[in-house]
Ligand binder design. Structure first.
Ligand code: FAD
Length: 377
């Protein structure tokens, strides 16, 4: 584990961030401008929570209104992030390959490519032959593809740890093992009785933000992931079926969509499932079997690979499908606190841009150009 600077004692800070997942860590770094001090409170360890359970695919995606703009800016910010962050986060610009399984899907991919192109996002269409050349391990179930070359892969816990440690601009005091019990407009009361003070309080506690701010409309979307042994079929992109985009906003009890990531180790990270409102962390064998079957349908060579680990994580979602980035009123006119929550399955992708949006709002500055809105608290 990294050494955290000045984790003890704290005269008032400029900002208090509750939650050291990838979103809270990104907010802490963004707010730590020269001369500013940020206290970052994390009940367990930096980069835990949903951040430690995710896939780390930095993906440009077009789901609900505003999502394409937000994710493309998020991916762009990662691309131009400091080299040291990219190295530490194990950033690989693998690109995304979306695959179509029907004529209707193929037409939908064409519309996607146009929408991406209109925003200046590089997206190229692949017919069946080009697709087979790009990813020979894919089965004939994949009829056509769209490659988004700028998308990438990171390892989110390490990214969060770097973000929380980067004191290049200001000062971040990391307090691990400190659970916030209550929050006010300019204070946080910790479970151990300590009181922290700052000019502004930011709650970035993922799904657990509901406990600190009970009115927040957050819900869990449980996801299962599997990882194969080394020597699995070789792929070079993160590959998703087109239906994955729809599944992220589906209302079905359980939705499964093929989503596979090549790891630098030669293993494959295999997803993905979504179960709305399920907070039980124990794995469901039935869901795991469905994910595995879907993966073998597209990558037949996987049938002889062993899965060495499976786990679940809880994506923190909002009803509108976009993160909440802004101020919420406290009960009894006790002022307001800032929130950066509800990133669902895109928190790694959007952590840097979300932090920039929130910081701009806190400082009453102009928002980054190119956003289409949709993320208000
Ligand atoms: C299966 C799965 C696959 C995913 N795949 C991707 C992907 O490919 N690409 C992508 O972009 N995103 C992906 N995600 C989503 C991404 O992981 C999340 O959106 C992101 O991690 C949310 O980060 P967060 O910081 O908001 O929350 P969290 O990571 O949950 O962090 C919140 C932190 O707050 C702390 N905390 C909570 N309460 C308190 C308190 N009272 N006091 C102090 N600390 C507190 C917690 O301990 C935790 O560390 C995936 C998620 C899952 C589950």
């Amino acid at each position: 584990m990294p050494d955290w600077p000045e984790a003890m004692g704290s005269p008032g800070a400029d900002y208090l961030v509750v939650g050291g997942g990838i979103v809270g860590a990104a907010c802490a770094r963004e707010l730590a401008q020269p001369g500013a001090t940020v206290d970052l409170l994390e009940q367990e360890f930096i980069g835990g929570g949903a951040t430690s359970a995710g896939m780390g695919h930095l993906v440009t995606i077009r789901g609900v209104p505003g999502e394409l703009e937000l994710t493309s800016l998020g991916v762009e910010m990662w691309r131009s992030a400091p080299a040291e962050l990219l190295r530490c986060a194990e950033y690989v610009r693998a690109g995304t390959l979306w695959i179509a399984t029907s004529a209707a899907d193929t037409e939908a991919l064409q519309r996607q490519a146009q929408a991406f192109g209109a925003l200046g996002i590089e997206a190229s269409l692949l017919d069946a032959r080009a697709l087979a050349a790009a990813e020979p391990a894919l089965s004939g179930a994949a009829l056509a593809g769209m490659r988004v070359a700028g998308d990438a892969i990171i390892y989110p816990p390490k990214a969060a740890q770097w973000l929380a440690r980067d004191a290049g601009r200001g000062r971040i005091r990391v307090h691990q093992g400190v659970r916030a019990r209550a929050v006010g407009a300019d204070w946080v009361l910790a479970a151990d009785g300590r009181r922290f003070e700052a000019s502004a309080v930011i709650v970035a506690a993922g799904l657990a933000a509901r406990r600190l701010l009970p009115g927040l409309p957050l819900l869990a979307k449980r996801g299962h992931l599997l990882i194969s042994e080394r020597g699995a079929p070789r792929i070079s992109h993160q590959i998703l079926e087109l239906g994955y985009a729809a599944s992220t906003h589906a209302q079905d009890a359980v939705s499964i969509a093929f989503n596979v990531q090549p790891r630098p180790s030669g293993q494959l990270l295999i997803g993905a499932s979504r179960e709305i409102g399920v907070e039980e962390r124990a794995e469901s064998l039935e869901v795991l079997a469905r994910i595995a079957r879907r993966a073998v349908h597209f990558l037949p060579g996987l049938a002889t690979s062993r899965v060495i680990r499976a786990w679940t994580g809880l994506r923190p979602a909002t009803p509108q499908g976009m993160p909440m980035l802004g101020a919420v009123a406290l009960p009894a006119a006790a002022g307001r606190v800032w929130v950066a929550v509800g990133h669902e399955g895109l928190g790694a992708t959007t952590a840097l841009i979300s932090a920039r949006i929130l910081a701009a709002k806190i400082r009453a500055e102009a928002l980054p150009a190119g956003l289409a809105g949709g993320f208000d608290a």
